[in-house]
Design a protein around this ligand. Structure first.
Ligand SMILES: O=CN(O)CCNC(=O)c1cccc(Cl)c1Cl
Ligand code: NI
Length: 183
């Protein structure tokens, strides 16, 4: 199982690299890795398991964060309306996005960043993502709100971008242009 010992921390160049596309159909090894990434997220959100293994909670995880520079992300969370987002995705790509932006009022955090970095992280309000699922199916996902933010955080990891790279250095809490906040 993946634990915090496997999580790469900022300063490691792998977090700043552009990760490689995964050959499709995915090799057993890549499917195993992506499955373990999804398991980490579930374990990290289970109080007993998280406590037992000292797991920091996460709603998403990107392969570079466990030292694998491949375009694979896992997403696991339930949104306020009760919709469950559970995905293991190969080669996710944002194929279109809204002009309007959004940001989490609470800011963002990252397993690879062992410190609080306060500030608003501007994100597209709505995105369309094309990817291949763990099961090998091509999907096109239309996402908005919190889900759109999480997917962008993970896809950024595949391109070597950390959430704090997007915070306004002059005024971290300046309202991003053309944006509506998410409580
Ligand atoms: O890349 C994934 N992580 O670092 C996992 C830990 N961070 C989170 O779960 C998290 C927390 C707040 C906002 C966003 Cl957007 C995310 Cl993603
Ligand atoms: Ni992160």
């Amino acid at each position: 199982m993946i634990t915090m010992d496997d999580i790469i921390r900022e300063g490691n160049p792998i977090l700043e690299q552009v990760a490689e596309e995964v050959e499709i159909p995915a090799a057993e090894e890549d499917k195993q890795t992506l499955t373990e990434m999804l398991e980490y997220l579930k374990n990290s959100q289970d109080d007993e398991t998280a406590e037992k293994y000292g797991l920091r909670p996460g709603v998403g995880l990107a392969a570079p964060q466990i030292g694998i520079s491949k375009r694979m992300i896992a997403i696991y969370f339930e949104d306020p309306n009760g919709t469950l987002y559970e995905y293991g995705l190969f080669n996710p790509k944002i194929v279109s996005h809204s002009v309007e932006n959004t940001y989490l009022m609470s800011g963002e955090g990252c397993l690879s960043v062992d410190r609080e970095v306060p500030g608003y992280v501007p994100r597209h309000s709505r995105i369309t993502v094309k990817a291949v699922t763990l099961e090998g199916k091509e999907v096109k996902l239309r996402l908005k709100g919190y889900a759109a933010v999480v997917f962008q955080h993970e896809i950024d990891h595949l391109n070597g971008t950390m959430f704090y790279d997007r915070i306004n250095p002059e005024d971290p809490f300046a309202q991003p242009e053309n944006s509506k906040p998410i409580e």
